[in-house]
Design a protein. Structure first.
Length: 583
């Protein structure tokens, strides 16, 4: 309406003005809103009249920001240079105007006001936002920037000089057990150089598909490492006196107690890096020479919860499908920490997640939030253990239950009882192979007759790195290597047998590997195995029977198949699997 301020304008009117909605569609949505009491934006999206991005843009305009069409805007080069490319990428913005000491930036997410505060600190000027969208911001960034801007090493050098000045005088804080006056630490954490370095480390880690970032302090050294495809690699070794600055910044981002350096702390945050939304779990650990920090990165857009892309062969997929579609019973996934057990369980739940069933999970922590799943976070410090949570879940009338891990007899017994009362239970256990899972349950003092009555299948797994398709090299394996792998005679008799090894190229960052695949050992419990369990048979005997009569491939055997197929290398298979005497 004429004379109405931007702040007073209704979101529906803004969307009509922008041509996203017709007046008739707005009237229909308003009538639906009066019936449901839901927010107008959600109603419009649910009716298919607009997309979430339209709502975000309209809310930005409602808050007083101008709307910018980046496709029709020619941005002066001197304005582009006001913001380094890595900073623009991290915050998903493009500088478009600089006037009277005020920088205006087009934002993919105009509702994230914290971006403007951070940029004001980094750029030392007032920053205002304008409304744009993610696609246009990404396109303009690609045409104006590259990743080769300021290096982390250069900024670390500049920051070292700044931190070492008398103005900050924070060097002595590194030797104090408790920081009682945290003002200096907060000031240090808000230094533009510190903000930018931490952001660049995040960006570098996400770009390289890292799963973890480690900040490690020693007696005379401070280093930062990332874990890519399960392997740690050092990205930078900053001067030790910068340790406190970077750790302080991480604590500020995570809303941790910045002054507490004697006790471990945990936090979870969500960041938007470019177009990617990532969840980060942060854990601090007081050590002899200062606080270590590990940041676990979960890229929601990269995690695979589709059974068909995890590396299962066709036979294993059929067996798993048969087990998880039974009305009741227990399905266990086993392997060491970091072997992808939770991802496999999520993939199974994704297959089962239909409107006709109720699925509840209890996890520690909740790794990934999935639509239509009821997910519970274990909190052992207040007594909410897996066992306690599982008891409560069974009173919620679920059809399928996922227990993050069976750690003790109490949890195992409740899981068994749940399966015997008509529930399908999925969980994990730490064992080295599928047959050893039965031995582990017996060691936990679960009665053999309960195991045979409830356990339907066990999946053991490992993760191995995948060879880069662009540079992997075929070679003829030596006799020694074939013996170490335990290569079957059928393979050895083939004169055209070739295995593959990594070489390294630009596509794989000269590592020779890109991504990881799973090796799986699927054991289905039949009547004969049940009799063996009742007789408390050894894992060796169960494995021997399953291989001979059920066609079960061991982890090593599936690794050999993937070596011959050129998916992974012999080195990876030897490093992640065991060869048993009966192989």
């Amino acid at each position: 309406m004429p004379g109405m301020s931007t702040a007073e304008r209704q979101i529906g009117d803004i969307l009509v003005e922008q041509g996203v909605l017709s007046p008739l569609q707005l009237d229909e949505a308003l009538q639906r809103q009066r019936l449901t009491g839901d927010m107008l934006g959600r109603v419009l999206v649910s009716m298919g009249y607009c997309e979430e991005q339209h709502i975000i843009e309209a809310l930005g305009v409602q808050s007083g920001m101008e709307r910018i069409d980046l496709t029709k805007l020619k941005i002066p080069e001197d304005v582009i240079r006001k913001v380094p490319g890595d900073v623009a990428r991290f915050y998903n913005i493009i500088p478009i105007r600089f006037s009277d000491g005020i920088l205006t930036v087009a934002m993919a997410d105009p509702l994230n006001i914290q971006v403007l505060d951070d940029l004001s600190q980094i750029l030392s000027c007032e920053v205002r936002g304008a409304v744009s969208n993610a696609a246009d911001v990404a396109a303009v960034w690609r045409s104006n920037y590259s990743y080769e801007t300021d290096s982390i090493h250069e900024m670390l050098h500049d920051l070292e000089d700044r931190v070492g000045t008398a103005e900050l005088s924070l060097e002595e804080l590194g030797t104090q057990e408790v920081v009682r006056d945290t003002d200096n630490l907060v000031e240090l954490a808000m230094q533009p150089e510190v903000i930018k370095i931490v952001n660049l480390i995040f960006l570098d880690a996400v770009k390289k598909r890292a799963s973890d970032v480690h900040f490690e302090v020693y007696e005379d050294q401070f280093r930062i490492r990332i874990r890519v495809d399960g392997i740690l690699q050092e990205i930078v070794a900053p001067p030790k006196n910068l340790h406190i600055a970077l750790v302080a910044r991480i604590k500020v981002i995570c809303s941790m107690d910045i002054g507490e350096r004697r006790l471990p702390q945990d936090a979870r945050i969500e960041l938007k890096v470019g177009d990617t939304i990532i969840d980060i779990r942060v854990a601090t650990l007081p050590t002899l020479y200062g606080e270590n920090v590990v940041m676990r990165i979960l890229d929601r857009t990269a995690i695979k919860i589709d059974m068909n892309v995890l590396g299962f062969d066709e036979r294993q997929l059929k067996l798993i499908d048969t087990v998880i579609n039974k009305p009741n019973g227990i399905f266990l996934v086993t392997g060491p920490t970091g072997s992808g057990k939770t991802t496999s369980l999520y993939a199974c739940l994704n297959e089962l997640n239909t409107p006709q069933v109720k699925i509840i999970t209890t996890e520690d922590p909740v790794e990934l939030q999935i639509d239509r799943l009821i997910q519970c976070q274990v909190k052992e410090d207040i007594g909410l253990t897996f066992a306690a949570c599982l008891r409560a879940i069974l009173r919620q009338d679920p059809d399928i239950v996922m227990v993050g891990e069976i750690r003790d007899l109490e949890t195992a017994q409740i899981a068994v009882e749940a399966s015997l009362t008509g529930h399908l239970v999925l969980s994990t256990l730490h064992t080295n192979s599928a047959p050893e899972t039965i031995t582990r349950l017996l060691d936990m003092e679960v009665e053999p007759f309960l195991i045979t009555a409830s356990l339907e299948g066990v999946l053991a797994q490992r993760l191995t790195r995948k060879l880069c398709r662009d540079c992997k090299e075929p070679y003829i394996p030596s006799q020694k290597e074939m013996d170490e792998l335990g290569l079957p005679k059928a393979y050895r008799a083939n004169p055209n047998l070739r295995l593959y090894k990594p070489k390294g190229c630009a596509a794989c960052d000269f590592r020779g590997y890109i991504g990881r695949t799973g090796l799986y050992e699927m054991l289905v419990i039949d009547e004969n195995i049940c009799e063996m369990v009742l007789d408390r048979a050894m894992a060796f005997d169960i494995r021997k029977y399953a291989r001979k009569n059920l066609g079960m491939l061991t982890l090593r055997e599936q690794g050999i198949v993937k070596c011959v197929q050129g998916i992974t290398s012999a080195e990876e298979v030897l490093g992640h699997t065991d060869r048993f005497d009966d192989d």
